[in-house]
Design a binder for this molecule. Structure first.
Ligand code: ZN
Length: 305
């Protein structure tokens, strides 16, 4: 096992993964405000929207309008999630900086999520990477349900490693391992991150955890120790998946930022600003956020005036 490095990148996925499963339709204006607050707190790579069928994911129906309203914040990479070539065409036309493609580790979940079995989803993701490259842009690929499937249960790590190896051939900027339904535990994360790293080096490994069973922050730490260099997180811990029954929110950005900051690993994020943004998001959503840090008092204690 490797030691965690001195820095780790946190990709903010709240505007996409965080919002997509929420029944409350958030306005385009509030989505742009959410992204601006994340940027103000230090986020430099943000999954801003998904380009999917608006009938299936109504929250993302304003993807193009939102990106137009957001503009091109300086120094920020805007990721658009896409599940097929049609979505990739829309995302490129909308002007996103980076495409995020998704391959699914189980056939059943792949068909439910995006109408593709595992190897069809690998082929489609590779085609999306090629389309991004042809347009002079970058793409990354996420392997969904890499640690377990809501329908098929355990996933063979060798299957995930082989998927990663094949996806890497297309030349994405990274391959991510996603615990879409939040079943992973740290020992499993260490083993799979290490195996995939070895299979795709020098391409980096990103990880994506949902905190359904309380292991999200521990998994983020295990992944960093095993050499993952990027962790996805969602402000407030908002999130879920419309096609994965029982999936809870993403690991919370403020909780992961606290973990790394107190462990001497630089994230570039400002905790106080994250918590302020999380409270704002809570007021927009009309409910408390799952994140632990948004509910806790600051530590170390702030000086009394
Ligand atoms: Zn997710």
């Amino acid at each position: 096992m490797q030691h965690a490095g001195k820095t780790i990148e946190i990709v903010e996925v709240g505007p996409r993964d965080g919002l997509q499963n929420e029944a409350l339709l958030v306005s385009t204006t509030d989505k742009v405000e959410l992204i601006r607050r994340c940027i103000a707190a230090g986020a430099r790579r943000i999954e801003v929207a998904s380009f999917v069928n608006p009938r299936k994911v109504p929250q993302m129906a304003d993807a193009e309008a939102m990106i137009t309203a957001l503009g091109r914040p300086v120094g920020v990479t805007r990721i658009g999630l896409v599940l097929n070539l049609r979505g990739a065409e829309r995302a490129l036309a909308a002007g996103v900086d980076q495409l995020g493609a998704v391959a699914v580790a189980s056939d059943t979940f792949g068909v439910r999520n995006q109408g593709q079995d595992t190897w069809q989803s690998v082929a489609e993701a590779k085609a999306i990477v090629a389309m991004a490259q042809a347009a002079g842009r970058v793409a990354q690929v996420t392997i969904a349900a890499a640690f377990g499937c809501p329908f098929e249960g355990e996933i063979d790590p060798a299957r995930v490693t082989e998927m990663a190896r094949q996806l890497a051939e297309a030349g994405p900027c990274e391959v991510a391992l996603a615990d879409t339904i939040g079943v992973a535990v740290p020992v499993q994360v260490s083993a799979l991150v290490s195996a995939v790293r070895a299979a795709i080096a020098p391409l980096p490994v990103r990880v994506h955890f949902h905190d359904t069973r309380g292991t999200g922050v521990a998994n983020a730490w295990a992944a960093a120790k095993a050499g993952a260099v990027t962790v996805d997180a969602s402000l407030g811990g908002l999130g879920g998946c419309p096609f994965a029954p029982g999936a809870a929110g993403n690991v919370a950005t403020e909780d992961v930022a606290y973990l790394f900051a107190r462990s001497g690993v630089e994230t570039g994020l400002d905790l106080a600003k994250l918590i302020e943004a999380s409270h704002w998001l809570s007021s927009v959503m009309g409910k408390a956020m799952p994140a632990s840090l948004a509910k806790a008092v600051p530590f170390p204690p702030q000086a009394q005036p």
